[in-house]
Write a protein that binds this ligand. Structure first.
Ligand code: JHZ
Length: 389
């Protein structure tokens, strides 16, 4: 049984950046989050239909930060020990895939604009959603896999049982399923409720994943705790009984129990902190406005779609957003319709404060924008509490 603990109100498609004339047809849904008492999974009360989010118009590029480009390059080198027959679920713009052998790696990417990109890079890419049926087709044509890899994608899939069964069946006997997503521990510790949006129907704990993987023939053999995206976990899973268990598995489960991630009441408390965060952020932005400060936002993230819509923050409080992604520029932000500009057009000397939509890249951005900081410019964040940084 899933019990609701948080209501983030009416929300649009988080990456649904749009033009003015598209506003009348904009899609909204009620974003409510619950806790599954049986599996301990944190999950939406209702899921958005995947083709509404992942289609030929998808705008998030994994390669837009140096942090993530280096992350996937280094990881690709480390993972070569498991073999070359790799399958990536959700290859996006090829930020991970491009480090692998073109003859052996296979990709699945339902956003056809990005599927074309990795296909053009020379990788066989299936422009479809990951399902048991597709897994069987790929196995027939390319054979079983040493590695099934997925970054920031498994938590996007509503039906986890079908997903895990499909992975289990395509893995070689000693094959490894490696996937990373933002962690529930990171979200609770940072009060980063903006990790919750349409594309993230689940936020994973190791405890919940272990329950879900086990009922589909897989078990966790190792967990890496990562700093990226505000705290992520990289999970290594194998067919049950086929691999040695690293001590990181029990360590993570124990740590999550200390945080109370297996208990509903932890999330009731989290919901209270979310409400407080909203009040604090709106208060701070209103104060800035009163003092005639120019406030913009840095990074048109999926995360900031949740923040702006939940807090009711529009162009009256945030004049515009700057973002380096060509697909987002000169459009409006989902729901609150804040204009998006390339940094060259908007991140100039007139800016007093910038809300950090991309707070997860604070180090990279602070380094890049040292001139702004030197002249007294400040960033605003809500992580872990609302403050200037
Ligand atoms: P970023 C996405 O979430 C969506 P988002 C997705 N659902 C997911 O799971 C997570 O990633 C992991 C821009 N930027 O990575 C680029 C600058 O403008 O935090 C991006 O648009 N200047 C798949 O959207 C955005 O900020 C910069 O200097 O919350 C960052 O988006 C840098 C570093 C980034 O993910």
């Amino acid at each position: 049984m899933i019990k609701q603990f948080l209501n983030l109100g009416k929300q649009p498609i988080a990456n649904g950046f749009l033009y003015k004339e598209e506003i009348p047809n904009e899609f909204f849904f009620n974003l409510k989050v619950g806790f599954d008492k049986k599996t301990k999974l944190v999950t939406h009360m209702e899921y958005v239909d995947p083709p509404l989010m992942f289609n030929d118009n998808y705008s998030y590029r994994g390669s837009m930060s140096q942090t993530m480009r280096e992350h996937f390059k280094n990881l690709s080198i480390d993972l070569q020990i498991y073999g070359e027959d790799v399958l990536e679920i959700g290859s996006n713009d090829g930020v991970f895939l491009k480090h692998w052998n073109k003859k052996k790696a296979v990709a699945v990417e339902p956003c056809s604009n990005f599927a074309k990109e990795t296909q053009n890079l020379g990788y066989k890419t299936y422009p479809e959603f990951w399902t048991t049926e597709l897994s069987k087709t790929i196995e027939k044509i390319h054979g079983k896999r040493d590695i099934v890899f997925s970054a920031n994608c498994i938590c996007h899939i509503p039906d986890l049982d079908d997903t895990f069964k499909a992975v289990e069946s395509i893995l070689k006997d000693k094959g490894v399923f490696i996937f990373e997503d933002p962690s529930l521990a990171g979200m609770v510790n940072n009060n980063s409720y903006d990790q919750i949006y349409d594309e993230h129907p689940h936020i994973f704990s190791t405890i919940a994943l272990d329950n879900l993987l086990k009922r589909n023939g897989l078990e966790i053999v190792k967990v890496d705790n990562l700093k990226v995206h505000g705290g992520s976990n990289r999970i290594y899973a194998m067919k049950i009984g086929k691999g040695d268990k690293d001590e990181s598995v029990e360590q993570n489960k124990t740590y999550e129990k200390i945080l109370g991630l297996h208990k509903f009441k932890t999330f009731k408390r989290f919901a209270k902190r979310v409400q407080q965060s909203k009040k604090d952020l709106v208060r701070l932005l209103k104060q800035c406005k009163k003092q005639n400060k120019k406030v913009i936002s840095y990074g048109a993230t999926s995360k900031s779609t949740t923040i702006f819509n939940y807090c009711g923050i529009g162009p009256d409080l945030i004049e515009y957003i700057t973002d380096t992604t060509p697909e987002k520029q000169h459009k409006l932000s989902p729901g609150m319709h804040i204009p998006i500009l390339p940094p060259e057009e908007g991140f100039d000397d007139s800016v007093d404060f910038a809300y950090l939509g991309a707070w997860n890249f604070v180090q990279e951005i602070s380094k890049k924008e040292s001139k702004y900081i030197k002249r007294g410019g400040k960033f605003i964040t809500h992580v872990p509490v609302v403050k200037f940084v």
